[in-house]
Design a binder for this molecule. Structure first.
Ligand code: NAD
Ligand code: LMR
Length: 330
């Protein structure tokens, strides 16, 4: 379904009292996400005990006097938050506690995302574009797509791997001694987890193949992979909190490019629903692929050369996503 042109777009953000919310909301209100002249209104959802904090966030948004920002509604009721939403960004999730297995986290969050998927299907605009950020993001997005089925098509639901993509771009730029703006077409394949596959084989720096520009294959075939895969864990170790400013920037990039379009000749990484035709990935997974976007639609880029090593790693991340899907009972 095409994404409409509207004078005011309604953006729902969940987990809005959290860390990512605090970095993200000013970027949205300033026009970084939907365009420098696009007016927006915000529907902010968080759980009941977080309403006081959320009220403080709302006051601050008012105090910023953003010219593009209209109404800001805060609520603990998903029906209110998603009502008529044009874009929904889902950061609200149960955090992993010490000793908690990934599977326990998955099952706890499955409840949140299936309930919210059902409600989005019932009350959001039929053209609503949904971005799932809360972890495990890919499988939460699949759970949400299953719950919203018949009301919001699966191709309007995506998960965030743009942070991994941006991390890879930054590392390529550092290695090549080039500005980040000159780097494009890195790829993140698969899951937003330690099994993700950062791939620079199609990347370019100022139009030159990245491997040639950086002249360090040993790095790209070795340390680079772990560096990008484990960057979130490293930040968490250092800050004692997970990435928030960089996650907010990645969310803005993801939604911006999805709705306003990717730059000509370039692609970005997004976790989208897999079909039977793409890169030997089984159908029905939220898998990160290289995509090109235009006006709220995405297309998986065809014909990317996949090296044997990348293929092997893609199979491992596929296996993890299949396991998560089966643990979620889908
Ligand atoms: P945070 O703990 O600071 O904030 C999460 C917020 O969600 C809290 O305010 C909490 O009250 C709220 N929440 C919990 N259950 C909710 C529910 N049912 N409905 C609405 N709100 C609810 O966490 P954060 O640092 O903002 O991160 C949010 C999520 O994003 C986490 O799951 C984190 O792991 C994930 N994350 C993903 C990426 C990515 O690239 N995909 C990157 C960074 C963080
Ligand atoms: C990240 O990539 O920084 C986060 O997904 C880490 C986390 O578990 O919140």
């Amino acid at each position: 379904m095409s994404f409409p042109t509207k004078e005011v777009l309604r953006v729902a953000v969940t987990g809005a009292a959290g860390q990512i919310g605090y970095s993200l909301l000013p970027l949205i209100a300033r026009g970084n996400m939907l365009g420098a002249t696009q007016r927006v209104e915000l529907r902010l959802l968080d759980i009941e005990p977080a309403q006081k904090v959320l009220e403080g966030v709302r006051f601050e948004l008012q105090d910023c006097a953003f010219p593009l920002l209209g109404d800001v509604v805060i609520t603990h009721e998903p029906q209110v938050a998603f009502d008529g939403a044009d874009v929904a960004i889902l950061c609200g999730a149960f955090p992993r506690k010490p000793g908690m297995e990934r599977k326990d986290l998955l099952l706890t969050n499955a409840k949140i995302f299936s309930e919210q998927g059902r409600i989005i299907g019932d009350v959001a605009s039929p053209h609503c574009r949904v971005l799932v950020v809360g972890n495990p993001a890919n499988t939460n997005a699949l759970i949400l797509a299953t719950a919203a089925k018949g009301k919001i098509p699966a191709d309007q639901i995506t998960a965030l791997t743009r942070l991994d993509h941006n991390r890879a771009i930054a590392q390529v730029a550092l290695k090549a001694g080039a500005p980040v703006a000159s780097v494009s077409n890195v790829i993140i394949w698969g899951n937003h987890s330690g099994t993700q596959v950062p791939d620079v084989n199609s990347a370019v720096v100022n139009g030159q193949p990245a491997r040639q520009a950086a002249n360090d294959d040993a790095f790209f075939d070795g340390d680079f992979l772990g560096l990008v895969q484990q960057r979130g864990a490293e930040v968490m170790k250092l800050r004692g909190l997970s990435s928030a400013a960089s996650a907010a920037k990645a969310i803005v990039d993801h939604v911006h490019d999805w709705i306003l379009g990717t730059a000509p000749g370039t692609f970005v990484s997004m976790a989208v629903i897999s079909d039977i035709n793409s890169y030997k990935v089984p159908a029905g997974l939220m898998y990160s692929f290289p995509v090109q976007c235009s006006a709220g639609t995405w297309t998986i880029v065809d014909g990317v050369t996949v090296s044997p090593k990348v293929q092997e790693l893609m199979e491992a991340t596929t296996a993890e996503l299949l396991e998560e899907r089966s643990q979620a009972g889908i």
